[in-house]
Ligand binder design. Structure first.
Ligand code: F0G
Length: 482
């Protein structure tokens, strides 16, 4: 596993890989960073990569691939139908999850679209531990509703509960009794629960949810996009599995859930996605939609090269050295920030470090998007690009009012094997400076607001001239230093 105990007694992350190809990145002066942020409408999604120093927006499609993944790309079998590549990938997935059918799709949200088109009826409800932006959008666009039944601990920013992503079994049973099983499209469990801070679920919880749903005749859907980090936490936090082979764990998951889907931009460190099931009737229904929306059944909108890389990446996910790297770096960043007084979600999860923007910017009212403001301020102070995960990522209601998010977070994603420890330390240092100067950060308001998934391409403007004042303070404190 990728930590080492130093002579001093300290446990330190240790990379179990070496860097053999690099990309030059740029750290521009603070005035240029301010100008880039203005140009991007104070939305980190709209920044140009050439203006970004450390891109911690996401781990999606930006994980470092292994030499074996690149090598596999050269043996891809180009063909519209019946590609050998498809059968190789199908075999890997069947072996990993023990499932019978594999439907290829071009990325995770395409799987969500196919599953929702197949199962969601207007007026029905999908129960889930917690929503992800695209999963919710695909359900609501089909007239379905969602209910989040995560354990209460999951919504506490600070906690020492090891599996904060778990579904609350009492809430599940209560919802089934209240809504009636026939009105529930499916129950969705998300591994490494993204929007509450990359928080894992235990196998015990998956077993219990599966049991309750099978008894009630409700279909279960497993979002395995963030499974790699979750597997690491099962190995290290769930005693029963300390010595259990990782593949035995993934196979048990595959048997407990009726449908498993994933974004291979995360799981498998490639690009693309897939839907897995052993249920013939469900497979047949969903299969019809694949050629219509994705591509023929043996590529599903993916390039065969990416499919080969995915097959190898999925096999590598069964190696604890590979899957431990992100969680250990997330923990290192969280620890460094906590030692400087910066509030973060605890325990550290997978995916990235999640800064508690609600506490960091407690002077900014929620409708002025404190997490969006903090993400913009961090970019100005450091060139680090994070992602708002708060009210801005919600959707305005039809009546024009705004649902306020349960948590205001800024996510600093740690793509697999991309950053070094000194870059992590730099990020923590600039955030600590920002924390000291947090009263300089002000709110944001929309300039142009799209109706759906507004956080992707909406444009905002600052309330007042706080970005200029922040940049001036930075210049004063750091002098010529970038
Ligand atoms: N489910 C989860 C849990 C995700 O984190 C994502 C993507 C998806 C589904 C959709 O997959 O992007 O391949 O269509 N999360 C990315 C992120 C976008 O940055 O967290 P996709």
């Amino acid at each position: 596993m990728s930590t080492v105990k130093f002579f001093s007694g300290e446990t330190v992350p240790l990379e179990m890989h070496k860097v053999r190809m690099v990309q030059k990145i740029n750290l521009h002066p603070v005035e240029d960073r301010l100008a880039s942020m203005q140009e991007a409408g104070f939305n980190t999604f709209l920044l140009k990569n050439r203006d970004v120093f450390l891109d911690m927006l996401t781990d999606s499609g930006v994980n470092a691939m292994s030499e074996n993944q690149y090598a596999a790309m050269f043996q891809a079998d180009d063909s519209y139908a019946g590609s050998e590549t498809y059968y190789r990938l199908e075999a890997v997935l069947g072996d990993m999850f023990g499932t019978k059918h594999f439907l290829p799709v071009h990325q995770g949200r395409a799987a969500e679209s196919i599953i929702s088109q197949t199962l969601v009826k207007p007026g029905n409800t999908v129960l889930m531990n917690y929503h992800f932006t695209t999963s919710k959008a695909h359900i609501t666009i089909r007239g379905g509703g969602i209910e989040e039944i995560i354990i209460d601990e999951g919504l506490k920013i600070t906690s020492d509960y090891p599996f904060k992503g778990e579904m609350d079994l009492n809430k599940l049973q209560e919802a089934i009794a209240r809504l009636g099983a026939e009105n529930i499209s499916f129950v969705r469990l998300e591994a490494g629960t993204n929007l509450v801070g990359g928080q894992p679920i235990s196998v015990k919880n998956i077993r219990e949810v599966s049991q309750i749903c099978r008894n009630a005749g409700i279909i279960t859907v497993f979002d395995a996009s963030l499974l790699a980090d979750n597997l690491y936490f099962i190995k290290t936090r769930e005693a029963e599995f300390a010595d259990v082979d990782i593949k035995a764990i993934t196979r048990e998951m595959g048997s407990l859930m009726d449908i498993t889907y994933f974004s291979a931009r995360k799981l498998g460190a490639a690009r693309g996605g897939g839907i897995l099931t052993s249920n013939d009737a469900l497979a047949n229904k969903m299969r019809e939609l694949i050629p219509l929306f994705e591509g023929f059944l043996t590529y599903g909108g993916m390039s065969v090269r990416e499919m080969e890389a995915m097959a190898v990446g999925l096999r590598e996910t069964l190696d604890i050295d590979v899957i431990s790297q992100t969680p250990i770096f997330v923990e290192a960043l969280c620890k460094e920030l906590l030692s400087k007084g910066v509030p973060v979600v605890t325990p550290p999860g997978g995916l990235g470090c999640h800064v508690d923007a609600g506490a960091f910017c407690d002077h900014i009212p929620q409708p002025e998007y404190p997490a969006g403001a903090l993400a913009a301020a961090l970019f100005i102070a450091s060139g680090v690009r994070g992602m708002e995960r708060g009210t801005l990522s919600e959707q305005r209601r039809e009546d024009g009012t705004e649902p306020l998010a349960e948590m205001e977070l800024v996510r600093l994603a740690i793509p697999k094997r991309v950053f070094t420890l000194s870059q992590i330390k730099y990020t923590a240092d600039r955030l600590a400076w920002l924390y000291q100067n947090r009263r300089l950060i002000g709110g944001l308001t929309f300039d142009e607001e799209p109706k759906v998934l507004r956080f992707f391409f909406g444009r905002l403007k600052p309330i007042g001239d706080w970005p200029e004042k922040l940049a001036a303070q930075f210049r004063k404190d750091f002098g010529e230093s970038l």
